[in-house]
Design a protein around this ligand. Structure first.
Ligand code: NAD
Length: 486
C-alpha cells in the first residue's frame, strides 16, 4: 500500500510513531487510512497505546531542558528551515493530504501554503518574546516579567486542516521553547507525520516533536493529561470533545487553549454589493468544501436583495464540479467520511421539512465516495434546527431579515462565537455591527479571515485563547514575575 502512496504523491510519507527521534511501531498494531473519494484504504499507520503516548511524554519531558535553553535564534532558524522545506515539498504534501482528507487539490495547495506560513511567522516571533521591567507604584522595587515556556505541550488536532492545525500549534510551541506530543486525527495522520519528518530534516532535535497516531484518542489523550509532566493542552476540534478535555485537564490544572466549533453567520445588508457578497459567500462557504470551523453556516440576507443573492449564489454553487480531489477540474471533493455525509443529508432533509426551499443540490450523488452536492436552501425559518448545528458540509441555509437589530439578534442566537461575516457598503454600519456580534473574529466585505499574523479564536463555546499573531506565542508561555529591589 505504501508503494501506491509514494507513486501517487511523489513522497515516502512516514507511517510510524515518532518518539524521541525514532520512528517506531505502535503497541496496538496499525490502523487504516481511508481515501474518502474511493472508500478504499490507502495506507496503514501505527496505532499507539497509552504506553506509547506516555513514552512520547517522557521523550518530550527529557528534551525540554535542552530545547528551552536553546538560543531563540537557533529555534527560529529550525522553524524557518521547516518553512522552506515545506514550500519546496508543497505539491507532494498537498497530494498526500487530498488522499487522506478528500479535499480538492486547490484547497490542499492553499492549506500547505497557509500551514507553512505558521512556521515562517513563528520563526520571526521566536526572537521577540519580550518581557517587561517597571517600577512598582510604591517605588519600593522593580517588577520584572519574563515569559517562560509553559513546558511539555500535548497538541490534539482535527482532520479538516491536517497540516495547518498542526503547524499553528507546533510553530508557537517550538518558538516559545516548549516540546510537544502531537496527536492528529485518525482520519488524517499522514499529513501530520509528514510535517514531523520536515521538522526533523530542519534540524529540530530528538524528542522536541513527538507524534502519536491512534484509533483510541479518548484513553490516549486522557492518560497524557493525567501525567503531571504535561503542562499544556492545545486542542482544535469540536466543542463536544473540547468540553471533555477541559474536564480532564482540570485534574492536573493543565493550561488549555481550545479552538472549538463554529456556527458562523454571514450577514448581507440591503446596500451590499451583491456580486462581492456572492464572491465572499463562495469562499466563506466553500473553502475546504464547507468542512471548516470558519465556514459560513447561516446566511442572513436583507429581504431587498435576498432573491438576487440566493439565485446568483445557487447558480455559482450548481456550476461547481464535484469529484475526487486529485481529478483535474474538481472544485469540491468528498466529505471526510460516511458519518459526516449522513449528518449533512439529515440536516438538509430536516430544513426542507421545516419550510426551507432547496434551490440547488440537496442530494448525495449516486457514486462511491462520500460526496454531497453543493446546496442552497432559501427561506429557511429562523427556528430551523440546521441553524443551530455546525453543518460541516457544502450547504448554505438562507434566512431573510428586514431590520439590522433583528439580524444581529439572530446572528448571536447561538452557543458558538468563532467568526462572523458582514457585507455592507456602509463602513459605519459594518463597524457597529462588528462590535455587536458575539464572535472572536469578523470579516467585513471579506469571506476569509485566517491569517498567521492575526489572533484566531472564538468567544462563548467556540474556545479559549488565540492562535496566530503574538497571541499564539504567548499561549505557550507563563509570565514569571520577579520583584527586585536593586
Ligand atoms: P473532533 O472533536 O471529533 O476531534 C478532534 C481531535 O480530538 C481529533 O484528533 C480526535 O481524534 C480527538 N478526539 C476525539 N475524541 C476525543 C476524546 N474523547 N478525547 C481526546 N481526544 C479526542 O473534531 P473533528 O471532527 O476532527 O474536527 C471537526 C471539528 O473541529 C469541528 O467542530 C470544527 O469546527 C473544529 N475545528 C475548529 C477549529 C478552530 O480553530 N476553532 C479549526 C478546525 C476545526
Amino acid at each position: 500500500m505504501a508503494a501506491d502512496l509514494a507513486g501517487m504523491t511523489g513522497m515516502n510519507a512516514p507511517t510510524q510513531l515518532l518518539i524521541g527521534g525514532q520512528w517506531s511501531a505502535g503497541r496496538a498494531g496499525v490502523l487504516p487510512v481511508i481515501d474518502p473519494a474511493t472508500e478504499d484504504p490507502i495506507a496503514e499507520v501505527a496505532n499507539a497505546t497509552v504506553e506509547d503516548a506516555l513514552d512520547a511524554v517522557a521523550a518530550a519531558h527529557a528534551a525540554l531542558p535542552g530545547w528551552s535553553a536553546t538560543p531563540p535564534r537557533t529555534r527560529a532558524e529550525c522553524l524557518r528551515r521547516a518553512y522552506e522545506l515545506m514550500i519546496a515539498d508543497a505539491e507532494k504534501l498537498a497530494r498526500l493530504m487530498v488522499l487522506e482528507n478528500g479535499k480538492a487539490l486547490k484547497d490542499a495547495r492553499a492549506e500547505v501554503t497557509y500551514a507553512a506560513e505558521f512556521f515562517r511567522w513563528f520563526a520571526e516571533e521566536a526572537v521577540r518574546l519580550d518581557g517587561m521591567v517597571t517600577t512598582a507604584p510604591s517605588g519600593a522595587n522593580k517588577i520584572l516579567v519574563l515569559h517562560q515556556p509553559v513546558g511539555v505541550a500535548v497538541l490534539v488536532t482535527p482532520w479538516n486542516f491536517p497540516a495547518a492545525m498542526a503547524t499553528r500549534k507546533i510553530g508557537p510551541a517550538l518558538a516559545a521553547g516548549c516540546t510537544v506530543v502531537l496527536k492528529p486525527a485518525k482520519e488524517t495522520p499522514l499529513s501530520a507525520l509528514a510535517v514531523a519528518a520536515i521538522l526533523r530534516e530542519a534540524g529540530v532535535p530528538d524528542g522536541v516533536v513527538n507524534v502519536v497516531t491512534t484509533a483510541t484518542a479518548g484513553p490516549v489523550v486522557a492518560a497524557m493529561l493525567a501525567d503531571p509532566r504535561v503542562r499544556k493542552l492545545s486542542f482544535t476540534g469540536s466543542t463536544e470533545v473540547g468540553r471533555v478535555l477541559l474536564r480532564a485537564a482540570a485534574g492536573t490544572v493543565t493550561n488549555c487553549s481550545m479552538e472549538l466549533g463554529g456556527n458562523a453567520p454571514f450577514l448581507v445588508f440591503g446596500d451590499a454589493d451583491v456580486d462581492a457578497a456572492v464572491d465572499g459567500a463562495m469562499i466563506a462557504k466553500m473553502r475546504n468544501g464547507g468542512e471548516a470551523c470558519t465556514a459560513a453556516n447561516r446566511f442572513y440576507v436583507h429581504e431587498s436583495v435576498a432573491e438576487e443573492f440566493s439565485a446568483r449564489f445557487a447558480a455559482r454553487l450548481a456550476a461547481l464540479t464535484v469529484g475526487p480531489g486529485l481529478q483535474d477540474g474538481t472544485d469540491v471533493g468528498p466529505l471526510v467520511n460516511a458519518d459526516t455525509r449522513s449528518k449533512v443529508a439529515t440536516l438538509v432533509e430536516g430544513a426542507a421539512k421545516e419550510g426551507g426551499r432547496v434551490v440547488t443540490g440537496g442530494v448525495a450523488p449516486d457514486r462511491r465516495g462520500y460526496f454531497y452536492a453543493p446546496t442552497v436552501l432559501d427561506q429557511v425559518p429562523p427556528t430551523a434546527a440546521i441553524l443551530s448545528e455546525e453543518i460541516f458540509g457544502p450547504v448554505a441555509p438562507i434566512v431573510r431579515f428586514t431590520d439590522t437589530d433583528q439580524a444581529i439578534a439572530m446572528a448571536n442566537a447561538t452557543e458558538y462565537g468563532l467568526v462572523s461575516y458582514v457585507y455592507t457598503a456602509d463602513l459605519r454600519r459594518a463597524l457597529r455591527v462588528s462590535e455587536a456580534l458575539e464572535s472572536g473574529m469578523v470579516g467585513i466585505n471579506r469571506g476569509v479571515v485566517s491569517d498567521p499574523a492575526a489572533p484566531f479564536g472564538g468567544v462563548k463555546q467556540s474556545g479559549l485563547g488565540r492562535e496566530g499573531g503574538h497571541w499564539g506565542l504567548l499561549e505557550f508561555t507563563e509570565a514569571k514575575y520577579i520583584a527586585v529591589d536593586w
